[in-house]
Design a protein. Structure first.
Length: 248
């Protein structure tokens, strides 16, 4: 069965689109790094979006429940990835029993939420003792530098490293890892090639609404998940934050 792709609105990443490949691979790099925590586990992906990440996790987990608030998105994920158990629901009130999952995955989602504290309390509630919460989110310091409101209109509150750590601790979780995702050597070379930032070069095309320059589109299309690095060094300079927190 052929499943129609989700439309690209800017709210969520969609695979298989050349112009979107940089962001897709950036998100995929985090999934590939964190999936080791999902082996043999019952996993809730809270905010599954298109579903590609939940499907990646499903290749390692015992079961994956994929949850999204948007009706069209949840329906698409269910059609595109039949290996998932897909639910539509509100992240502010997770439709799961207490202590019912081993892992909650929340990648590139918390920055969209109005009640981040309430959401993290819900994650702690549905996690079994010793269960892990996996979180990635744009680093506010580098994603929307010098601003009180996010540049991305779909984001409500972006977080700096210390802010993310504080939210996790306040939710009663122990922070096992707080790291940052950044460009590896190949992407740093692209940064130099495109005037210091391949990200800014992409944003400029989108803002202007013009045609993609052939060299930029070719470069963006060539990006691989392994072109990103995840490290605990110099978190304030990272592009995305990567956290693993444990429920006691």
């Amino acid at each position: 069965m052929t499943v129609e792709p989700l439309p690209l609105t800017g709210e969520r990443t969609v695979p298989g689109i050349a112009e979107e490949n940089y962001w897709f691979r950036r998100h995929e790099a985090a999934y590939l790094d964190l999936v080791r925590h999902c082996v043999g586990a019952v996993v809730l992906e809270a905010g599954c979006g298109e579903g590609y990440g939940a499907a990646l996790i499903a290749g390692h987990a015992a079961r994956v429940v994929a949850l999204d608030y948007d009706e069209t998105t949840a329906a698409h994920a269910g059609r595109a990835y039949p290996e998932l158990t897909v639910l539509r629901g509100n992240l502010a009130s997770l439709p799961l029993r207490d202590a019912s999952v081993d892992v909650v995955a929340n990648l590139q989602v918390i920055e969209h939420l109005w009640d981040q504290e309430g959401f993290l309390a819900e994650c702690a509630r549905v996690l079994r003792p010793g269960g892990r919460l996996l979180v990635t989110t744009p680093n506010r310091i580098t994603f929307s530098p010098g601003r009180d409101t996010p540049l991305n209109p779909f984001h409500t509150r972006e977080l700096a490293p210390a802010e993310l750590r504080g939210l996790l601790v306040d939710a009663g979780l122990e922070v096992e890892l707080l790291a940052g995702l950044r460009h590896g050597p190949a992407l740093r070379a692209l940064d130099e090639r495109f005037g210091g930032s391949v990200i800014d070069a992409q944003v400029a095309v989108v803002v202007d609404g013009g045609e993609w320059p052939a060299d930029l589109l070719a470069a963006v299309s060539s990006v691989r998940s392994e072109d990103f690095e995840i490290t605990t060094e110099d978190l304030d300079a990272s592009l995305d934050l990567v956290a693993v927190a444990v429920r006691a």
